[in-house]
Write a protein that binds this ligand. Structure first.
Ligand code: 13P
Length: 255
């Protein structure tokens, strides 16, 4: 089956890799994923971005793992949208569960961060996903939709070119447990239907919805074959060139 949207595979390096090793790893990934016909984003720690900005090209972009909700000012230790844009960064991951867990205020600021990024033409990769307890209560759909409602309720215009959604069930992140392709596709469809209800069919049809949570070379093909899975947000496996390139190539035979 042909993919309806251009696949996007994102490497979230989290707090790994020294700056002095980052370009080599990114270059190897870039060489191995060239001409796949998909978009690749590498999201390293902030400290690496300036060193890597020369690598960005049409299908290969840089991403950041967070951004501050204010435009500029006295916010010690924070990074703004404009600073990222100045380094050719094109995407930012927002609302990752690891940030939501370590910072109880993260949810409150997401709406403002989204607004800021969209105004500043920085594309967002918005993360959502339920904990194991929520899944065991069979409330995962309601939970994910409530996250979207909290963060996007004031948004007037949905821009599918600027907004990517990443469904990352917390119980699958770094655990080796993966949502089955069917489980992921059900939630992706539910997210797409929510976008259609709020912002129209065209927005829903064009929005890329990524899956994240223990994506590996061994499960990437099955996940990639699902209609509503348009790419991956990869943690651990993105630090290994061989693994990551197999994951990226999983979309090859279906685009
Ligand atoms: P893993 O691929 O290591 O499970 O991490 C997923 C993730 O959190 C990507 O943002």
């Amino acid at each position: 089956m042909k993919k309806l949207r251009k696949p996007l595979v994102v490497a979230n390096w989290k707090m790994n890799i020294l700056p002095s090793k980052a370009c080599q790893l990114a270059e190897e990934i870039k060489n191995r994923t060239n001409n796949t016909g998909i978009d690749i984003v590498i999201a390293p720690p902030y400290t690496h971005l300036a060193l890597m900005s020369h690598l960005s090209s049409a299908d290969f972009s840089l991403g950041a793992q967070n951004v501050h909700s204010e435009v500029s000012g006295a916010f010690t230790g924070s990074i703004s949208v404009d600073m990222l844009k100045d380094l050719q960064v094109q995407y930012v991951i927002l609302g990752h569960s690891e940030r939501r867990e370590s910072n109880i205020n993260e949810n409150i600021f997401l709406e403002k961060k989204i607004d800021n990024c969209l105004r500043g033409k920085l594309n967002i990769i918005y993360c959502c996903g339920e904990s194991l307890e929520v899944r065991q209560r069979n409330e995962e759909k309601e939970f994910v939709i409530s996250q979207l409602e909290d963060s996007f309720s004031k948004l007037k215009v949905w821009s599918p070119q600027q907004i990517v959604i990443a469904y990352e069930p917390i119980w699958a992140i770094g655990t080796g447990l993966t949502a089955s392709a069917e489980q992921a596709d059900v939630i992706h469809l539910c997210i797409r239907n929510w976008i259609a209800d709020q912002f129209g069919d065209q927005s829903a049809h064009q929005t890329r919805i990524l899956y994240g949570g223990s994506v590996k070379s061994s499960n990437a093909h099955e996940l990639a074959s699902k209609e509503n899975i348009d790419g991956f947000l990869v943690g651990g496996a993105s630090l290994n060139v061989e693994e990551f390139s197999v994951i990226a190539h999983a979309f090859n035979h279906i685009i």
